[in-house]
Design a protein around this ligand. Sequence first.
Ligand SMILES: NC(=O)C1=CN([C@@H]2O[C@H](COP(=O)(O)OP(=O)(O)OC[C@H]3O[C@@H](n4cnc5c(N)ncnc54)[C@H](O)[C@@H]3O)[C@@H](O)[C@H]2O)[C@@H](O)CC1
Ligand SMILES: [K+]
Length: 503
Amino acid sequence: MRGVWTADQVRAAEERLIEQVPESTLMYRAAFGVAVAASDLLREHVGRVSGARVVLLVGAGSNGGDALWAGAFLRRRGVRVDAVLLAPDRAHPAGLAALRAAGGRVLAVTGSRSGGVASAESHSAGSDSAEAAAEVTARADLVVDGIVGLSARGPLRPAAAALVELVTAPVLAVDLPSGVDPATGEVTGPAVSATRTVTFGGLKPCHVLGAGAIHSGRVDVLDIGLTEELGTPELSLLDPADLRRNWPVPGPQDDKYSQGVVGVAAGSAVYPGAAILVTGAAVHATSGMVRYAGPAADVVRDHWPEVVATGTVADAGRVQAWSVGPGIGTGESGREVLRHVLRSGLPACVDADAITLLSQDETLWDLRDPGVPLVLSPHAGEFARLFGPVGADRVASVRRAAAHFDAVVLLKGNTTVIAAPDGRVLVNQARASWAATAGSGDVLSGLIGALLASGLDPWAAAGNAALLHASAADLAARGAPIGASALLAAVPAAIRRFRRAED
Ligand SMILES: NC(=O)C1=CN([C@@H]2O[C@H](COP(=O)(O)OP(=O)(O)OC[C@H]3O[C@@H](n4cnc5c(N)ncnc54)[C@H](O)[C@@H]3O)[C@@H](O)[C@H]2O)[C@@H](O)CC1
Ligand SMILES: [K+]
């Protein structure tokens, strides 16, 4: 599992570390890491380091300081470095002196009332003008983004925004791509799109949430001594090694019952698709047995002969967990199905129509045994019905909902957020949005139900299912749109890929 820490946590860790290590040492370490990554990118994109042109976009804080020091290190490798100071009076003094001493060129730019880089302020000897800054930026082989870091507030100022728009070269972001909200990953205006981001100590929310994850490019975490001091992460990400360790596979002593039997209550005679998809996902996710209970039993049996299918949940037989909701409808028959599942005292993944039913009829909650795990897996619309609009801070909303319902809540989306009632949060950022297709959520329900039946902790069940689901979508799509059936068919290949994956 990889941790993600908030800006406040990182600052607190820095304060603790500074009692042992001078602040300037931390900045050298950070800047050295940035310079190494910049050299790698130059080799990759330009084929050389010495003689290449690097432009540093430098803001008012220590983020700019990191960039300036990195520029000084790059000068020693023969790189031509231009620093564009966006807040000339507040540029990091030691970093600026170091860059100048190393022979870097410094251009000063200030924002104008009309926005853009129309006004420039002379700052140092040489061709200091907004035009010069624009020109070097546009001609750079690599741009280092030191505009703003952990203390970023609001959108980029106009001068920075105008320069960012001109960049065509690869961008190396220092700590995080400027213009992205550090806490939520939200992008509401112009923002840097980084090829790579070098961050310090640990991942921050903006590297893994929403548009921020895309704008960050590849993220390298550099341990400058902070990692030990960071404490419990605010969020976590599952990595391939977690999935490989967690995904249940049969052992020598297992039989079809010992691995957990999952019950599927989904679909209807008129809409059997959901039944087929949820059941199929459960069939592919784990070995053992899947029972289907509902009006689509005949169709399910035709599709998945290995499934034991019955007409009603009451006749389903013994299961260890339920996957309930997709396609059951929001009328009385669906309500009856949900009542049965909630009364059963078994773990359940509650999705789709079952979530709508819960939002319409509060008395359904009373049927639940509070000691038994529940996973709610809404999309944003269902979440809103159940708990109110998600808002910009998805993590905070989902965490509150999980505590409120005393359930694991998985909010679907390009960034899937999974919160446990005790406050733990997992996020899964899909690399693409191929899973945004009708029926894809049904597949996820089946995966979660199967993992619950195997006895996995419900938070881990939901998290592992989300990661596998996104990976199956990528594998199936390979660059072209897919339907949920293709996603479902790719589930075994995705499991195989994780089971073979190296750490
Ligand atoms: N926290 C740590 O342990 C370390 C931090 N370091 C660096 O220090 C950075 C944090 O430094 P600071 O706290 O000085 O803050 P920043 O460098 O993030 O910038 C803060 C200043 O930028 C301005 N600003 C805020 N939002 C802006 C926006 N949207 N557009 C333009 N300007 C804006 C404000 O005037 C603010 O004072 C980190 O991101 C990292 O790069 C590293 O030097 C190493 C260690
Ligand atoms: K930055």
